[in-house]
Ligand binder design. Structure first.
Ligand code: UDX
Length: 454
């Protein structure tokens, strides 16, 4: 492969834009491609269309350095790149289970039709296993065989809020390849990452696999993380009936390095654009392949996760002294502050956010719900327009009968329970993320309820 191959990233959403910018920062010549004119115009003007710490500055610096440009022209992308990374979205299908590959197909076919020299097409989007083989067939149909265009797979493991670090300093690089040529070229395309690690006295492990394994690595990793969270939330359920404290339990088991303490925080469960969608698509794919039984536990992982949301609703009813009817608890007349709308702190992403789902449940039960979030208000208003939003934390809790902390923003963790106590109608708090200090809140006169705590 070339010493410094030129890279294109097709699809400049969260994944593609982050990669394009970071690989330019590593010294590569990069072109970001998208069909969305407005998105491309914005990026070219130095504006990142989502919230990710540090990315804006890198974008502007690399445009200025002449290493990074953007285009909506397939022809330009095809001519520019030695390696083309497919980073388009793979949304949940209409049936709510499998992944929709329409965008992948469009990107690959259009790129392929414009290729006029040997190049490598590398899948990065999260897809059902088998997609790389399918892309290879698509490429075969749309590119002259004598060009020798090849396909490879290289999954990503970005965590929102840490995406720049995760791309520049990944804990591993996985490549699924079929030829030495593809292997060598992909090595060159990642050499910037290995070189950076070497200057910092680190090593980034490289795992070279076949297509299927590379595709599975991504969904397996996400399934494992989701399982870890649901495991501790299942323990929370048991703690709730047995009178234990899941936060202590989590600490105690997490000291065993075979278990590890990360992704072991019980609370209102996982959300976001990846974990919930990926575990459902993974089950659907395993079913198609005849291995549905092997992933049946992921259905349980999903159910445990969703049960945490109803748990908050029932806790609220309990704290407010409300009876449950056949349609669930009646919270009419109760004013409830919901603190947090994003699926996790330091993000403006509200996709599949447990906080908004719980707010919806409380509203349906008749409560007067007031939502506040430091960064997610604009997105939340669009996604859940039926909820009432307040401009500040104080406005949200004013006259509330109950306060629910559902995303662990620092603003909420550090809030002063004494000052907040003066604003509310009733000093009752549900700590949906176990992120508050129960002693502090109790001393300030609050009735405190955590998740999986006595
Ligand atoms: C996740 C994976 O971490 C990442 O590797 C993958 O590439 C994409 O999906 P992300 O969606 O950014 O990343 O969110 P993450 O930080 O993993 O959190 C997911 C959800 O789990 C959040 O709602 C978070 O609040 C919740 N969570 C996380 C818990 O409830 N408990 C925990 O202990 C950890």
């Amino acid at each position: 492969g070339a010493a410094r191959p030129r890279l294109t990233f097709l699809g400049t959403g969260y994944l593609g834009a982050t990669y394009a910018i970071c690989y330019a920062e590593l010294g590569y010549e990069v072109l970001g491609f998208d069909v969305d004119e407005a998105k491309i115009a914005g990026l070219a003007a130095g504006v990142v269309p989502f919230h990710e710490p540090g990315l804006d500055e890198l974008l502007r610096r690399n445009i200025a350095a002449g290493r990074l440009r953007f285009s909506t022209d397939y022809q330009e992308a095809a001519e520019f790149g030695d390696v083309h990374f497919i980073c388009v979205g793979t949304p949940q299908r209409g049936d709510g289970m499998g992944a929709d590959l329409t965008y992948v197909e469009t990107a690959v076919v259009n790129l392929a039709q414009h290729l006029s020299r040997k190049a490598l097409i590398v899948g990065k989007s999260t897809v059902p296993v088998g997609t790389a083989e399918w892309i290879e067939q698509l490429v075969g149909k749309h590119v002259a065989p004598e060009l020798g265009v090849e396909v490879a797979w290289s999954p990503e493991f970005l965590q929102e809020g840490f995406a720049v670090e995760d791309v520049l300093r990944p804990n591993r690089i996985v490549v699924g390849v079929k030829s030495d040529w593809a292997n060598g070229l992909l090595y060159s395309a990642h050499k910037g990452v290995f070189d950076l690690a070497a200057t910092e006295d680190r090593e980034v492990p490289l795992v070279i696999t076949d297509f299927a394994t590379a595709e599975l690595v991504k969904v397996a990793a996400n399934a494992f993380l989701a399982t870890k969270i649901s495991f501790i939330n299942a323990m929370a359920e048991v703690c709730e009936v047995a009178g234990g404290d899941v936060t202590q339990l989590s600490r105690a088991i997490g000291y065993d390095p075979r278990i590890g303490n990360r992704f072991l925080q019980a609370g209102v469960g996982f959300g976001g654009g990846c974990l919930p969608k990926d575990i459902r698509a993974f089950q659907a794919r395993a079913q198609e392949l005849g291995a549905g039984e092997a992933l049946r536990f992921l259905h349980e992982v999903d159910l445990i996760n969703l049960r945490r949301r109803t748990r908050v609703l029932n806790l609220a009813a309990d704290l407010l002294g409300r009876r449950s009817g056949p349609a669930g608890p009646d919270l009419s007349g109760a004013r409830i502050a919901v603190l947090g709308a994003t699926f996790k702190p330091n993000s403006d992403d509200i996709r599949d956010a447990p906080s908004l789902a719980v707010a919806g449940l409380l509203l349906k039960a008749g409560a007067d719900v007031r939502v506040y979030d430091p960064e997610g208000m604009d997105n939340a208003k669009k996604a859940s327009p039926d909820l009432t939003y307040e401009p500040t934390l104080n406005d949200a809790v004013r006259d509330a009968d109950l306060v629910c902390v559902l995303t662990e923003w620092a603003d909420f963790r550090n809030a002063d329970p004494v000052a907040l106590g003066d604003l509310v109608a009733g000093k009752k708090v549900i700590d949906g993320r176990n992120c508050l200090d129960p002693a502090l809140w109790t001393q300030a006169g609050w009735t405190y309820r955590g998740m999986g705590r006595p």
